[in-house]
Design a protein around this ligand. Structure first.
Ligand code: AMP
Length: 614
């Protein structure tokens, strides 16, 4: 293997990266660096994040920069603020042994005046997001006429995010005589177009097969009913007590809701999405980076550029429509030579997406079974024993309390003591998971009977029942507007709307049924939990009669308004249709659904869980 000394880099750079803990170059660094140092040329790098690509371009860039001059010599464009800051941090470290080196980050959502002052101080290397860069150029605050190298990082992401025109306009501001280095995880036509238009005879470096996920990522999926996705997520978290993960959701609203439910259920989680202020996002990221936060629930856009090592699990709460997005998600784990797991929680209707992704990444998913309650308990018990075994003891602080403690415990044998200590912590899990249902749905039978998205093997019809009606002030227009807001669909995607007193029916395109169903999960309207379910042909015709049939179903099965008011509920069997058995508070404590729920004990249990996890 080549070592850093053999690559031809300036020794000040080598010293800097050694002190960062880099010992040997990664494959992309071995391929790119010697070629870039040997000859000033354009380069196309096909590489995922996590392969060391920042250093692959950053080290030669620092090597070529004349830090005794103040003018801007290199420009790096990347899709997100997070990545912009990460690259800036890396390049500042790479150039730490050069006097007067100044690497400046230019990104939206922060004071442009401060950034202008930084540039005026003399920024030899600028790292920018496209929108803010165009703003700077428009204001005439940035001079790019002496730039010798432009790097386009995560080019596919920038195009996905609609930065095509911004990129064209930035590149047209740079001199013709320059080198362009383009990095992308994938090579769609649009990226190939940029490479063709702006580059001549580029060196090509590829790490791994094109479009392939990193080798050391294990891809697996769990098949559950759509309604059990959240319970499945919690079970995965409980089965992996040391999880340090990212949970990907489809919409901002869903992201917020899943995070809120996890927090309420005592998990160490928080959300990251575009509706948060910059300060809130920074705060969440800081906690995640410091590992004081265990689970980050994020949208794809917000999570772009997250560069945190040691992410153990990427969880796809919902799979993206575009398989390419999956490669970006899964690439958040297994970074810097580590291994990781990318999990998809899917229902039967989503299996096609799994197959699309498999084709894209050239790897097969393993279908795994969600652990049973007993298995979770066992895992937690072992984890607890390990923690006790490895606990750090502060001898001086604890010493003064020990005589009293010894006195209090003197009638217990070691065996008794162990049993009691473990039980104190462990009983909560036992209670929680006692009689926990099997969440795995069988793709060959059971699921067909019970899937909320439709009966049998047929496609979902796209007709829904929802427990919102005239009593909630709904008419067709207000319902359309509300449903569009919740689901992100167009108001006129909601058809054949039939508003009844306390409930309604509506149609969507069957292709959108799953997304609509998912988007209403956990929703509340005026503080009341929304129930939505697939409506079979027996009820819900747009004429009369549907209400009567669903009225009956609502009493027993949908947990509709009448039932929510009553103190009973729960106790449904797993085989029931729709929401039967998911009484109010269904997502409360996780795991224990159905008849064993003791409503008065619930809040206490939750409190205990919270204490345990935080
Ligand atoms: P990147 O693909 O540039 O986002 O890098 C992924 C992670 O690998 C970052 O945390 C880098 O600091 C780290 N890294 C990059 N190159 C090396 C190397 N040669 N040795 C060890 N760690 C590295």
């Amino acid at each position: 293997m080549t070592n850093f000394e053999e690559l031809g880099l300036d020794k000040r750079i080598i010293e800097a990266i050694k002190s960062m803990g880099f010992e040997n170059p990664t494959p992309i660094q071995q391929q790119a660096i010697p070629q870039l140092l040997a000859e000033k040329r354009d380069l196309v790098g096909l590489a995922q994040t996590g392969t060391g690509k920042t250093a692959a371009f950053g080290l030669p860039l620092v090597h070529f920069t004349d830090f005794s001059k103040k003018h801007t010599q290199a420009l790096i464009i990347c899709p997100t603020r997070e990545l912009c800051l990460q690259i800036t941090r890396d390049l500042t470290n790479f150039s730490s042994n050069y006097d007067n080196a100044n690497v400046v980050a230019i990104y939206g959502g922060a004071s442009i005046e401060t950034q202008i002052r930084e540039i005026n101080r003399g920024a030899q290397i600028i790292v920018a997001t496209p929108g803010r860069m165009v703003d700077m150029i428009d204001r005439g605050r940035i001079k790019l006429n002496a730039v010798t190298t432009v790097v386009l990082d995560e080019a596919d992401e920038m195009l996905n995010m609609g930065f095509k025109e911004d990129l064209d306009s930035i590149l047209s501001e740079t001199p013709d005589e320059k080198n362009t280095w383009l990095f992308s995880a994938t090579m769609p036509n649009e990226v190939a177009r940029i490479a063709k238009n702006y580059m001549s005879n580029p060196i090509e470096v590829t790490v791994g097969k094109q479009n392939q996920g990193a080798e050391n990522i294990e891809h697996k999926y769990y098949m559950v009913h759509a309604r059990d996705k959240y319970a499945a997520l919690k079970r995965i978290a409980d089965f992996n007590p040391e999880i340090f993960g990212i949970v990907f959701c489809r919409t901002r609203m869903e992201t917020q809701e899943i995070a809120e439910h996890l927090i309420k259920d005592g998990y160490n989680a928080d959300s990251l999405h575009g509706d948060l202020s910059q300060q809130q996002r920074d705060n969440v990221m800081k906690r995640y980076r410091n590992r004081t936060l265990q689970m980050l629930v994020a949208t794809d856009v917000a999570a772009r550029g997250i560069d945190v090592d040691s992410v153990t699990h990427v969880i796809n709460y919902n799979l993206p429509d575009d398989p390419e997005v999956y490669t970006h998600r899964s690439g958040r784990t297994a970074r810097a030579g580590k291994s990781g797991v990318s999990i998809a929680i899917v229902n039967m209707k989503e299996i096609g997406k799994i197959r699309d992704i498999e084709r894209k990444i050239g790897k097969q998913f393993v279908k795994d079974k969600l652990p049973t309650g007993v298995q979770v308990c066992e895992k937690q018990l072992i984890n607890l024993v390990n923690k006790i075994h490895d606990a750090e003891v502060n001898e001086t602080e604890i010493e003064k309390f020990l005589p009293q403690v010894h006195e209090m415990l003197k009638d217990l044998s070691k065996e008794e003591l162990i049993k009691r200590m473990l039980s104190e912590e462990f009983n909560r899990f036992l209670d929680y998971y006692r009689n926990a249902p099997d969440l795995n749905s069988d793709d060959r039978g059971k699921d067909r009977k019970t899937s909320p998205m439709g009966q049998g093997n047929s496609e979902p019809s796209g007709r829904f029942f929802i427990n919102l009606g005239e009593m909630d002030g709904m008419d067709q227009d207000s319902f359309r507007a509300y449903a569009a807001e919740v689901s992100g669909l167009n108001p006129f995607d909601f058809k054949r709307i039939n508003i009844k007193g306390s409930f309604s029916f509506f149609d969507v395109d069957p292709k959108q049924a799953l997304a609509v169903y998912d988007s209403f999960q956990f929703k509340k309207f005026n503080g009341r939990k929304i129930r939505i379910d697939h409506s079979d042909s027996k009820g819900g015709s747009s004429g009369s009669g549907g209400g009567g049939q669903y009225g009956g179903k609502s009493d027993g099965g949908f947990g509709g308004r009448s039932r929510e008011r009553s103190s009973g509920g729960g106790g449904g069997s797993k085989e029931s249709w729709g929401f039967k058995g998911k009484s109010s508070g269904d997502y409360g404590g996780g795991g224990s659904r159905g008849g064993n729920r003791n409503s008065s004990a619930e809040p206490e249990k939750k409190r205990e869980f919270k204490r345990r996890r935080n």
